[in-house]
Design a protein around this ligand. Structure first.
Ligand code: ADP
Ligand code: ZN
Ligand code: ZN
Length: 802
């Protein structure tokens, strides 16, 4: 038997399978999808069996060294999906497969020196080895780095050998359990115990008082104050049995959840859920866009759809953006489906993630709630995928493999003949356009549940405030509302949009922001050269010292931090209790949850934060939402700037007035006339959609065109320029007349880790060969030894150019 194995070397030349012999002992159970260790040159590498076959044309095949998994970790569906993923994202197969599995299953490698000829070993090496036969290279590097050259030369002479080992990080957590071997005998034995053996007696009595069964050893020791050696003594005497067993690390330790019951759907909800239930009922693949305003009861529709799927004995995946994956959110699913739910998010340790993943593989759960990569949950009987906040950019992975979770979901939905539900109050333009075209089914919820009104939004022009002598970062209206909220004991949320901080310049008097004359995006400020630059076409101009529009001198970079706002708040509202949430205050594990719980329990009056408080939170006592600097994101050099601003403002305002208390929203900014701010304040998605579609059409952006992006990077600027120009020429000769080639230009982030970055962009509608051309370009430069160390990444459907 022969296994075709893809090995853990992300490189173009080995981006294929290699044939290995399966040793006789493993012949019976070697299966595609298992991880293996195989010899590869001088090394040992991890790999995946993709195929088991009986013949091969390869001569001198080596044996598989070891099979790591008793059961496949990649199902046959995932093996196929990985192939598709690698090809469509221009990634290596191994990278695609690794992306589908928890990090714990990725191998790390250890290199060590092993003694071959002990008699020839120089004395100076003996202390290092300390009597052992081998030492790892990393240990030598730590303790005696200057001995490394000697060790290397000994290895050359054959006195030492260099061996490579694969370390498997996928540790299962073990816990010791105790039980009494024979309860009948024990009374007797207790009498016979040494009089001084008080602690031994205590352990036995503790167990005798409990119902027959096994108990956590740690728990018994805690209860009795005995030590491990006491228990071990009893075990030696044959009275106790101590057994080690595998347990799951429980990220939600001991928390019990109140179970919730399905709500009676409103008439609107009943209509909206119909296409979903219809697809579930008939095992049809269908993509349904559930467009519903904030608080319209989308989550209840998700829950009831999942219930239908579970009733059919099938499984469900729910994707939620990482920052919305709050305990509140998770509890809504755990509350309905209890222990059938596994949770996958980045807050979990590597071990916890591995445990949750294994519950899925072992079919111990049937619902997964998780961030982007949960789309690869190894379910075999998938009945629905729900993507909440489907417009979120975090669903696109901006690293290899550059996949969009929505595309993967639709691939899996097709494979399993099941529906995909895309939910949002502000669908991505692409998604809504597809729904309009009929490629997706559209279900809309125009109102909040029980006709709770949408919150009233007031827009405040900070230029006016400045004119009237208010130099503070809070408008008079916002101050007043904050104060009255405090008096009434109601809570407020203050949201600071920090993205785009200081990268553009703004006139504080007239709101002027410098734009590129060719691209309709704002120019980015480059402090080093004192210039403003367009990242799409390369246009540049020097930084103005007075505003070109109104000649004011108040033209400067824009931005404030949460810390600054907190200080200001302390000055103007010293009596207010403030919780600040940003990357600084939430970096510690669990701190995010702690702060939110504190706010929920009324331990603070104001919750101040960045993007991370914009979504999913549902606090009944919040009556005021204040948005500081609503327009900062508008000026990012990104064609999605307006869309993102609209989405964010809609999300933030959605936090107010979701319950009995009426909510109010105050939005502050400088460029408040912009349609995305105006329309967000009116909760008018449809007008926004129509307006934005016209702009996109005019400037040839998605969803009218796809964006293909090739990014080149190298330490030497000239090499990057040369390579990207070659690539552009190559493409320009081949592209169809309907496509546009832009660049090469400097990438928006012009240098990362001392590497210069250039990009070539292609706007295209239909270019079936583009993938091949990208592959050819990448392969060409990989072979071309003239440009060593040149990195190229290709994306056939870039979401952002930032
Ligand atoms: P969305 O996900 O669209 O923002 P939610 O699902 O969070 O909306 O619903 C908003 C609120 O309305 C929640 O508190 C939810 O419990 C409640 N709700 C949803 N559907 C119903 C219903 N059919 N009957 C009563 N309350 C409902
Ligand atoms: Zn001005
Ligand atoms: Zn430009």
């Amino acid at each position: 038997m022969i296994a075709a194995v893809v090995v853990d070397v992300p490189s173009g030349s080995v981006n294929k399978t290699f044939d290995y012999k399966i040793p006789a002992v493993w012949e019976k159970w070697a299966e595609p999808g298992m991880r293996v260790i195989v010899p590869f040159g001088p090394r040992k590498l991890q790999g995946f069996i993709l195929e088991v076959k009986s013949t091969s044309t390869v001569k001198g095949m080596k044996n598989i060294t070891e099979i790591l998994d008793p059961l496949p970790v990649l199902t046959s569906e995932l093996i196929n999906l990985g192939r598709w993923l690698a090809e469509n994202t221009l990634s290596f197969y191994i990278t695609a497969y690794q992306a589908m599995l928890p990090a714990a299953m990725k191998a790390t490698y250890e290199k060590s020196f092993q003694v071959m000829k002990p008699d020839k070993l120089p004395d100076s090496i003996h202390p290092l080895l300390a009597g052992n036969n081998e030492i790892t290279v990393s240990d030598v590097t730590k303790s005696n780095p200057d001995l490394l050259p000697l060790l290397q030369s000994l290895a050359k002479e054959g006195i030492l050998d260099v061996v490579y080992k694969v370390k498997n990080k996928a540790n299962k957590k073990k816990q010791k359990f105790v039980s009494i071997r024979d309860r009948a005998l024990t009374e007797d034995q207790i009498q016979k115990l040494n009089k001084n053996a008080e602690k031994q007696k205590a352990i036995l009595l503790e167990l005798l008082h409990r119902p027959d069964g096994e108990y956590s050893l740690q728990e018994i020791l805690n209860e009795t104050g005995a030590t491990l050696s006491t228990a071990q003594a009893l075990s030696k005497k044959g009275i106790l049995s101590i057994e080690e067993k595998e347990v799951y690390r429980d990220p939600f330790q001991g928390r019990t959840m109140k179970r919730t019951q399905p709500l009676l759907l409103t008439e609107n909800q009943g209509e909206a859920i119909k296409p979903i239930l219809h697809a579930i009922e008939n095992n049809e693949h269908e993509t349904v866009l559930l467009h519903g305003v904030t608080g319209s009861g989308k989550t209840e529709i998700y829950l009831q759809s999942i219930q239908n799927v579970l009733d059919k004995g099938k499984e469900a995946i729910v994707l939620v953006p990482e920052i919305s994956l709050t305990p509140q959110m998770v509890n809504r699913f755990k509350g309905r489906f209890g222990s059938a739910v596994a949770v996958l998010h980045s807050g979990l340790s590597i071990g916890e993630k591995y445990d949750e993943w294994r519950k899925i593989l072992r079919k111990e759960v049937s619902v997964v709630v998780g961030a982007r990569s949960a789309i690869f949950a190894p379910f075999q009987n998938l009945g629905i995928v729900i993507i909440d906040e489907e417009h979120e950019t975090s669903y696109k992975q901006e690293d290899h493999p550059r996949y969009h979770a929505r595309d993967v979901a639709i691939w899996r939905g097709n494979y399993h003949s099941c529906p995909i539900v895309l939910g949002s109050a502000t669908p991505a333009l692409e998604t809504y356009a597809r729904a309009q075209k009929g490629r997706y089914q559209l279900a809309e919820l125009a109102n909040r549940v029980h006709a709770n009104p949408m919150p009233e939004v007031t827009i405040i022009d900070m230029r006016e405030e400045l004119k009237n002598g208010n130099r503070s970062m809070f408008s008079l209206a916002l101050m007043e509302k904050l104060k009255s909220g405090l008096q009434k004991g109601e809570q407020s949320v203050l949201f600071l949009n920090r993205r785009g901080y200081a990268s553009f310049i703004l006139c504080r008097d007239c709101g002027y922001v410098a734009q590129c004359p060719h691209c309709d995006i704002s120019l980015t400020y480059h402090k080093r050269f004192g210039e403003l630059k367009c990242h799409y076409c390369g246009y540049k101009e020097s930084t103005p010292s007075v505003c070109p529009s109104c000649t004011s001198e108040h033209i400067r970079f824009f931005g404030t931090g949460t810390q600054k706002v907190e200080e200001e708040l302390a000055k103007v509202l010293p009596e207010a209790r403030v919780i600040r949430m940003d990357v600084d205050t939430t970096s510690k594990k669990g701190s995010h949850e702690k702060l939110l719980t504190a706010f929920e329990n009324g331990e603070a009056d104001i919750l101040l934060g960045t993007q991370m408080i914009a979504k999913g939170l549902d606090f009944p006592k919040v009556t005021l939402v204040g948005v500081l600097a609503a327009d900062t994101m508008l000026h990012l050099p990104d064609f999605r700037a307006s869309e993102k601003t609209f989405q964010l403002l809609t999300q933030v305002s959605g936090r107010a007035g979701r319950h009995e208390l009426e909510g109010k929203v105050i939005v502050q900014g400088y460029d408040t006339q912009h349609y995305s701010i105006q329309l967000a304040s009116k909760h008018d998605y449809h007008t926004f959609y129509n307006h934005e579609m016209q702009t996109r059409k005019l400037h040839q952006y998605p969803p009218f065109y796809y964006l293909g992006l090739l990014t080149f990077s190298h330490l030497d600027l000239m090499q990057v320029v040369e390579a990207s120009e070659k690539a552009a020429t190559y493409l320009s000769k081949r592209l169809s007349r309907d496509s546009l080639l832009l660049g090469p230009v400097t990438s928006p982030i012009a240098r990362v880790k001392d590497r210069y970055r250039y990009q070539v962009m292609i706007k295209y509608k239909n270019e079936p060969e583009l993938r091949t051309w990208f592959e050819e370009i990448i392969a060409h430069f990989q072979k071309d030894k003239e440009i060593k160390d040149l990195q190229i990444t290709g994306d056939l459907n870039a979401q952002t150019l930032m």
